[in-house]
Design a protein around this ligand. Structure first.
Ligand code: SAM
Length: 232
C-alpha cells in the first residue's frame, strides 16, 4: 500500500507512535500524520481533530481520497474535545503549534487524559511550556528529539505518566536534549543566546523602569544559564 510521504518533522513525530496505538492527532490540518500511520500499517484507528473549518475540511477530503474513512474519524472540535470515551484513545499527538498553545490544550482537556499512555508533542517555539506543564501534572518526559528542516529547528517531547523533577536548565533546554548536546541543539541555543544578547544591549539605553530592569535581569539569567551549556 502506498504510504503518505511526510516531512522529516512529521516523520519524526510518527516514529514515536507505538505499533497498534489508537491515536488522536489534535490540530491535524490535512490529517497527513494519521493517514501515513494507517497506510504504513502502524495503526488501525485514529481520530483527527481540527478546530478550524478549512483545515477540518481538508482533513475530511484527504481521508476520503485515501479511502481511510473507516479507520480515521475526523472531528471539528476544540483541543481534546475531539476525543470521545468510546474511542479508546491511548496516544495523543499535537504538532506544529507553539508550546504554550499545546500546554493549554493539554491543560483544558485534562479529564480526557485518564486512559492515555503517551503524548507526543512537537512545539514550534517555547517548548519549555510543555515541560513545565508535564512537571506540574505528573507526566514525565520519556524522550526528546531536536531536528532541522528547511533552516527551521524543531523539538519533539514525548510524555508518559509519572513523576520527575527537572531543574530550570532542563525545563529550558530539555533533559534528554541537554544530555545529547547535538549539533542542532548547539545551533539552536547559540541563535537564542545571540538574540537575547541583542535584546539586552538594546535595553541598556531604554530607561530605568522596574519593568525594564526585570526584563534585563531575566535575560542576563538566561544568557548565563545557556552560556554554561555552550561552553562545556
Ligand atoms: N499538526 C499538523 C502539522 O504538524 O503539520 C498541522 C499543524 S498547523 C500549523 C496547526 C493546526 O492546529 C491548524 O490547522 C490549527 O487550525 C489547529 N489548531 C490550533 N488550535 C487548535 C485547537 N485548540 N484544537 C484543534 N486544532 C487546533
Amino acid at each position: 500500500m502506498k504510504t503518505e510521504k511526510l516531512s522529516t518533522r512529521l516523520a519524526s513525530v510518527a516514529a514515536f507512535v507505538e505499533q497498534g496505538a489508537t491515536l488522536a492527532d489534535i490540530g491535524s490540518d490535512h490529517a497527513y500524520l494519521p493517514c501515513h500511520l494507517v497506510k504504513a500499517g502502524r495503526i488501525t484507528k485514529a481520530i483527527a481533530g481540527e478546530v478550524v473549518k478549512g483545515p477540518f475540511e481538508s482533513a475530511v477530503k484527504n481521508v476520503r481520497k485515501k479511502g481511510l474513512a473507516e479507520e480515521i474519524i475526523v472531528r471539528l472540535a476544540n483541543g481534546l474535545d475531539a476525543i470521545h470515551d468510546e474511542d479508546g484513545v491511548d496516544t495523543i499527538s499535537i504538532a506544529g503549534m507553539g508550546g504554550p498553545l499545546i500546554a493549554s490544550i493539554l491543560n483544558d482537556g485534562r479529564e480526557k487524559l485518564q486512559n492515555v499512555k503517551r503524548i507526543i508533542t512537537q512545539p514550534n517555539i517555547h517548548a519549555s511550556s510543555i515541560r513545565e506543564w508535564a512537571l506540574q501534572n505528573d507526566w514525565k518526559i520519556i524522550d526528546e528529539q531536536i531536528l532541522k528542516e528547511d533552516h527551521k529547528i524543531y523539538e519533539i517531547i514525548v510524555l508518559e505518566k509519572g513523576q520527575a523533577d527537572y531543574n530550570e536548565l532542563e525545563i529550558m533546554v530539555g533533559p534528554f536534549l541537554f544530555k545529547q548536546k547535538s549539533e542542532v541543539f548547539i545551533e539552536k541555543w547559540k541563535r537564542e543566546s545571540d538574540e537575547w544578547k541583542r535584546v539586552l544591549s538594546s535595553l541598556e539605553n531604554a530607561g530605568d523602569t522596574n519593568e525594564i530592569n526585570e526584563k534585563k535581569e531575566q535575560l542576563r539569567k538566561k544568557i548565563e544559564l545557556i552560556g554554561g551549556v555552550l561552553t562545556h
